[in-house]
Design a protein around this ligand. Structure first.
Ligand code: GAR
Length: 200
């Protein structure tokens, strides 16, 4: 597989729409030596997303994805542009980290089995938006987070790793999300490590 550096260091491209705390957790794991990887590019569909700021602060290339004025769609032309950028930098693995558009073809075809996502529930429970709120509204006693391969469905691809989180009686959507995020920050680097091991 496209392991271009020869030292087993995997090249990551990260796509996000928001705060980028998961991107930061990946970066921290790289910097403390627990993950042998490099983030070569951070892309966001939201020009105001803090993930771009975090990347720039860390000296990582960061760019905005032009989604042609579409609010929620990820148009083909934008996906092709993203794929070209990632390919030109030799990206081995694409990590969705709070990226709020559905990735489909053509990007999926260009990076087959090389796109992973973190989702804030124990999939297959609560796919889709605001999974933490779905869990509270459903009266679930347990939720968590999942890192999975991305396929053509919504949050349906093969599961790589999961972490469980209790839902407490007085939880709000926000307090549950905060508890889930703490777990996400350990889970995502661990999942990348596992995927990288299976690619080498
Ligand atoms: C994370 O909780 C992630 O699981 C969720 O968005 C948040 C992004 O936080 N993703 C989804 O809901 C995907 N459907 P971050 O920008 O701080 O990493």
């Amino acid at each position: 597989m496209g392991m271009s550096t020869g030292d087993g260091k995997i090249k990551l491209g990260v796509l996000g729409s928001g705060s980028g705390s998961n991107m930061q957790a990946i970066l921290d794991a790289i910097q403390d030596g627990s993950l042998n990887a490099e983030i070569v590019l951070v892309l966001s569909d939201n020009p105001d997303a803090y993930i771009l700021e975090r990347a720039k602060n860390a000296g990582i290339a960061a760019e905005v994805i032009d989604c042609q004025g579409y609010e929620t769609r990820f148009p083909d032309v934008s996906q092709r542009e993203v794929a070209e950028k990632l390919k030109s930098l030799g990206v081995d693995l694409v990590c969705l980290a709070g990226f709020m558009r559905l990735v489909k073809q053509p990007l999926l075809d260009i990076f087959p089995d090389r796109i992973i996502n973190i989702h804030p529930s124990l999939l297959p429970e609560f796919p889709g938006l605001m999974a933490w709120k779905q869990a509270v509204d459903a009266g679930a006693e347990e939720s968590g987070c999942t890192v999975h391969y991305v396929d053509a469905g919504m949050d349906t691809g093969p599961i790589i790793l999961q972490a469980k989180v209790p839902v407490l009686p007085d939880d709000t959507a926000e307090s549950l999300h905060a508890r889930i995020q703490e777990q996400e920050h350990g889970l995502y680097p661990a999942a990348i490590k596992q995927v990288a091991g299976s690619m080498s």
